[in-house]
Design a protein around this ligand. Structure first.
Ligand SMILES: Cc1cc2nc3c(=O)[nH]c(=O)nc-3n(C[C@H](O)[C@H](O)[C@H](O)COP(=O)(O)O)c2cc1C
Length: 442
């Protein structure tokens, strides 16, 4: 369908409708909404079609528009439910909200469907199928206590999604009481800023992808990446089976992929069959890699260890690529963020290690390493708790940044006060480690 050529709306609809609907149902999980979104995208498509010359660009455009339309619709619905539904601690209706005002139970169900599977499934069994804890535990092959914790935490997450947690009355008041463990879980957990990995695997369930915010590099040499995966996830079993996994660090334009990878399990859905995911074959592992990411790393399982309710899978990186044009998406709490402007580094950065009672005229040996050291060497200072500093020496560094030397303490330092040793790496930012290996009196 070239620009300006005749095109038939019925032909366009029959070609693109299934693709749009499929993506919309992935994102909205509700047939009526997916249908509304599909109509809206088709209308836009009819309007803009004459501008497209190239079919492949058109498909990309359709994906992007569908994503935007779905997200707008989702936001509208969310606001509407928020006004309509007010949930209290017990998932009931608050004093002012009569049952009729709850109105759209589907709204609640949809919020439920947005929870990760590990909360969604027990909550659904408990509240919708009315199953007792014990039966849920048997069905999911989990200890009863784990089921209880998940239901409790699932309710909290649901409340947060429906906006209840933003109520200031719900905030723990640390001035009047200590935070309980559940308050801590509620308000402090997941406050670390992280990236998000799409963890790809192969195994008896076939190829799979899941979202994991708990992913990070943990060693330079060997180059190791750790990802923390709950034993409930299909990915957990797949990694144990195949002893490998792909780490694909998401860019800030891949939120739809995260929603799909993190919202469904391979036990129910073949997520990678969605056209949202563009994959390419890895060089050293069987799991596919995802296109459009900031980093792609092929990992062979190096070690794994159960820690609390997750397993730390540590992978040795066999091959990795980095796309400089992409920016990683940042996850904090339940939100996603873009990287902000870089913060200016302080001009002088030092690390002081080793303090001890000062001995006027004493000699100390200093050993350290500065990263990115200045050519003029590292200045060694000693600082009293009052802030007064004495410059002791300038030590030369080796090409690797290491330095060492015996340094004499001044005669006028106050005797016996603890003094901190400071290394200044010139005007540039440089990290330094210092070790005081010997202190002797004059
Ligand atoms: C943004 C986001 C981050 C997530 N991070 C983790 C994580 O670090 N570890 C984990 O076990 N599950 C995490 N999850 C949950 C899994 O991605 C989710 O349960 C997924 O459905 C598991 O898929 P699977 O059963 O096909 O392996 C995250 C979900 C989302 C949406």
């Amino acid at each position: 369908m070239a620009a300006g050529s005749e095109w038939d709306p019925a032909e366009v609809a029959s070609k693109y409708r299934p693709l749009i609907y499929r993506q919309a149902i992935w994102l909205l999980r509700h047939p009526h909404d997916a249908e509304d979104a599909t109509q809206e995208v088709l209308m836009k498509l009819y309007r803009f079609l004459p501008q497209f010359r190239n079919q492949s660009k058109l498909t990309t455009w359709v994906y992007r528009i569908t994503y935007n339309v779905c997200m707008n619709l989702f936001e509208k619905r969310r606001k509407a439910w928020q006004e309509l539904v007010w949930v209290n601690e017990d998932l009931g209706v608050n004093s002012e909200g009569e049952i009729e005002r709850l109105g759209d139970l589907l709204g609640m169900l949809r919020a439920l469907y947005d929870l990760p599977a590990k909360y969604r499934v027990p909550l659904g069994l408990y509240y919708i199928l009315d199953m007792p804890y014990k039966q849920i535990a048997e069905r999911l092959n989990l200890p009863v206590n784990t089921v209880k914790v998940r239901i409790h935490r699932g309710i909290r997450l649901l409340q947060r999604q429906l906006g209840v947690i933003s109520d200031p009355d719900c905030q723990p008041d640390c001035s009047t009481r200590r935070w309980s463990m559940s308050d801590i879980m509620e308000h402090v957990e997941r406050q670390f800023a992280t990236g998000i990995a799409l963890v790809t695997t192969v195994g008896s369930l076939g190829p799979n992808v899941m979202a994991a915010e708990w992913t990070m590099q943990v060693s330079y040499d060997p180059f190791l990446i750790a990802v923390f995966v709950s034993p409930d996830e299909a990915t957990h079993g797949q990694i144990l089976e195949s002893e490998e996994f792909g780490i694909n660090i998401c860019s800030d334009d891949q939120l739809a992929l995260i929603a799909l990878a993190g919202g469904y399990t391979r036990r129910e859905v073949d997520k990678l069959s969605s056209e949202l995911f563009e994959t390419y074959p890895a060089k050293y592992i069987k799991a596919p890699m995802i296109k459009g990411c900031v980093v792609n790393a092929e990992c062979r399982l190096y070690a794994h260890h159960r820690l609390g309710d997750h397993t730390a899978f540590v992978g040795e990186v066999l091959a990795a690529t980095y796309d400089e044009s992409k920016r990683p998406v940042i996850r904090r709490g339940h939100g996603f963020h873009r990287l902000g402007p870089q913060i200016e580094r302080p001009r002088l950065v030092y690390v002081a290690v080793g303090s001890g009672p000062a001995v006027p005229g004493g000699v100390i040996r200093v050993i350290g390493r500065a990263f990115d050291p200045p050519a003029e060497g590292v200045r060694i200072l000693i600082e009293a708790p009052t802030g007064r500093q004495w410059v002791l020496a300038t030590l030369e560094t080796t090409p690797r940044g290491t330095f060492s030397g015996d340094v004499r303490l001044p005669d006028d330092i106050p005797s016996g006060v603890p003094l901190a040793l400071v290394a200044l790496a010139g005007e540039r930012f440089g990290r330094a480690r210092l070790q005081v290996v010997e202190t002797k009196a004059p």
